[in-house]
Write a protein that binds this ligand. Sequence first.
Ligand SMILES: Nc1ncnc2c1ncn2[C@@H]1O[C@H](COP(=O)(O)OP(=O)(O)OP(=O)(O)O)[C@@H](O)[C@H]1O
Ligand SMILES: [Mg+2]
Length: 505
Amino acid sequence: MSPPGSSPLLRMRGIVKQFPGVRALDGVDLEVRRGEVHCLLGQNGAGKSTLIKVLSGAHQPDAGEVLIDGEPVRLATPTAAMKAGIATIYQELDLVDGLSVAENLFLGHERSRYGFVRRGEANKAARELLARLGHPEIPPTREVGRLSPAAQQVVSMARALTHDARVLVMDEPSAALAHDEVDNLFRIIREMTATGVAVIYISHRLEEIRQIGDRVTVLKDGRTVAVGLPADTTPTEQIISLMTGRNVEYVFPPRPAGPATGPEVLRVENLTLPGRFADVSFGVRAGEIVGLAGLVGAGRSEILETIYGKRRPASGRVLLDGRPIRPGSTEAAVRRGMGLAPEERKSQALLLDQSVTANITMAALTRYASAGWLDRRRERADARAQIDALDIRPADPERPVRTLSGGNQQKVVLARWLVQGRRLLLLDEPTRGVDVGARAELYALIRRLADDGIAVLLVSSEVPEVLGLADRVLVIREGRLVHQAPAAELDEHRVLNLIMEGSAA
Ligand SMILES: Nc1ncnc2c1ncn2[C@@H]1O[C@H](COP(=O)(O)OP(=O)(O)OP(=O)(O)O)[C@@H](O)[C@H]1O
Ligand SMILES: [Mg+2]
């Protein structure tokens, strides 16, 4: 409870936002106190990002009001919101690729105290800010488009700090971060809240919410269904049933007993990409799910990309069904039956302005082509089947992917590879941004694919996910395969040790 007489720092009341065909927000209430970490929870498409876009001035609400310190404010533009003390880190990074780190940090500050005259001053201030965030290694002069996703996330955060924020909004900030980086993020959050700044934190990882959160508001279908729940003590079942309106069990599908005995689909021999990974060898059998555990930057995504032909190895080879595959050719990889769901869905995978159907079927177009005609009926039927299987919402095959929530976009990327019979699926962070209810369904689906005889190679930064879903776990550290074992013989503590120390003891 707020002390009597003191109003909350931020209050949003009865917020409504209608998009064509979708009422994204249907009267949402939110109340945030000074110095707290307020978590916003809800299923994919519940309205979380839309609500914070209203708060950050990116969307205008159709009804409702926003009060800061008890005073109504009008957040007509992002600039107005910044002036009101609201800084936002969006779910989809919004950095400008052609500009340097420093230029991105101080964009729009031309007339503020950061309105530098000289580039040197801007670079110096950028360096200080990045050092404060624990990332002195990011060069202020580097073009942001050339940074890793994790480093871009840091820049995005640094930019939010250049505004004297009273409310800092973070929409799935940890999605692109590894374990140690999340600790760093939490350190920064604690520093901010200690000075009275309020943080609104959106994440689908419940462990994080328990660790960093003070109170929780739950959204469901554009409405507030619970306010002020204690973040550390509210039982998980209660949170999930508030989010989903039903009791979902957050469990992994059962594994087949004993080691996989199917034929080996993928074999990787002494694969080496200098500076990234070296001398990596392993196999994946039909019906088997193999998980790659490791830190961001350990080389896991690069291994996947090399297998898929997006990168050409310096040495070593990749065999599919016992036959070597042409290195450095994604065409060969796709023809031989590989599919890759990449980690960066926005830039690498989705045609944002095209329909859900087009995005799902684009890699399988030959399936629908005959004598120069596209079999649209069959294409639509396939897309429809995947929309149902993955519970993509809204279930509208014609909707442009841009208008889907983050988690639903992720499902579209996965659906693309499920429409066509693949021999090998390479999944890079497949549940990033997917809500806890839908995750369980996704796990079951991946297991079903394996049971149908597909080989699955999975990268996930969430150790419990690798342990729960995979049959076998390979630990990658600094580009080396340091350990492998059946998942059933490992536990989280041991995997974390291996990831950090690389000691196989
Ligand atoms: N620009 C838009 N045009 C049309 N519909 C939209 C637009 N932006 C969001 N929506 C719809 O509004 C609803 C809420 O989406 P929102 O992005 O707020 O969800 P979310 O809670 O952030 O979900 P996630 O956890 O997947 O990120 C969804 O049904 C989405 O499809
Ligand atoms: Mg969102």
